[in-house]
Design a protein around this ligand. Structure first.
Ligand code: ZN
Length: 254
């Protein structure tokens, strides 16, 4: 592994399947899985998202992970890109059609794609069932409140039980970012892969709701004003301020 990263033993002899979108959270979760599982496969979804740049970012991220982290690259196996365009056709959201980002009467932003994570995990479980994988990993988080009910811990625990019962196959849903804010997510990347991984995530992952890769900032690429960019910027600034101000907790990531 490059960058002088501390090697965390792969304590699992098992395989994991990571929901990998090409964003900061799913890339950090992918690194978390690569540090733990013997083999890691990835699954991504083409659901007719307005800005398909994140699908390109998936390829750039996995290419650099293989090149710059050879130990992880040896464990990073098949990528599965699933056609999920029916979600875009039945949804009416700012991620699947041209619309300004706003909050609806429900209090949820119109970037919420109803059922998205539930459908994604159901498809991941179906694929995992066929490929003998029971560990499913996702970058969902309810700490930086997005308002998305399908990112909540209770939703995903219920989904784990539903999928396990419904397929009569024990699934474990791992969400390593669930209780971390965005600054702590950057810190986890540092713990897993030091500066090399932080730089990879900063340069190659995509968060911006507007699909903007033309503007470069200290925290990465994006429009700089949409809620996703704002969250990413604030997290980066808190992370870099903490690193400047004092001893960093070097305890192993959970
Ligand atoms: Zn943006």
């Amino acid at each position: 592994m490059s960058g002088g990263a501390r090697q965390i033993p792969a304590f699992h002899r098992e395989k994991a399947l990571v929901l990998f979108s090409g964003g900061q959270d799913s890339t950090t979760s992918l690194a978390w899985a690569l540090a733990r599982f013997a083999e890691v496969e990835t699954i991504g979804f083409d659901y007719g998202q307005r800005h398909r740049v994140e699908l390109d970012c998936r390829i750039a991220v996995s290419d650099r992970l293989r090149r710059e982290f050879p130990d992880w690259g040896a464990r990073l196996r098949t990528d599965h890109l699933i056609d999920c365009c029916v979600l875009g056709r039945i949804s009416d959201t700012a991620l699947t059609r041209e619309a300004a980002i706003s909050f609806g009467a429900s209090g949820l932003p119109n970037t919420f794609v109803p059922g998205r994570n539930i459908v994604f995990f159901a498809l991941a479980a179906a694929l995992g069932y066929r490929r003998g994988i029971r560990h499913l990993v996702g970058g969902m988080c309810e700490t930086d409140f997005s308002g998305y009910p399908d990112c909540r811990d209770d939703t995903l625990k219920a989904l784990q039980a539903t999928l396990s019962l419904g397929m009569d196959h024990r699934f474990v849903i791992h969400t390593p970012l669930m209780w971390r804010d965005k600054a702590a997510t950057w810190e986890l990347a540092w713990e897993l892969g030091n500066e090399a991984l932080v730089e990879l995530i900063r340069n190659e992952t995509h968060s911006c709701y507007l699909g903007d890769r033309g503007h470069s900032h200290q925290w990465g690429h994006g429009c700089g004003v949409c809620p996703a960019c704002e969250l990413r910027r604030a997290g980066w600034e808190a992370f870099t301020a903490r690193r400047r101000c004092g001893p960093v907790d070097r305890s192993p990531a959970p």
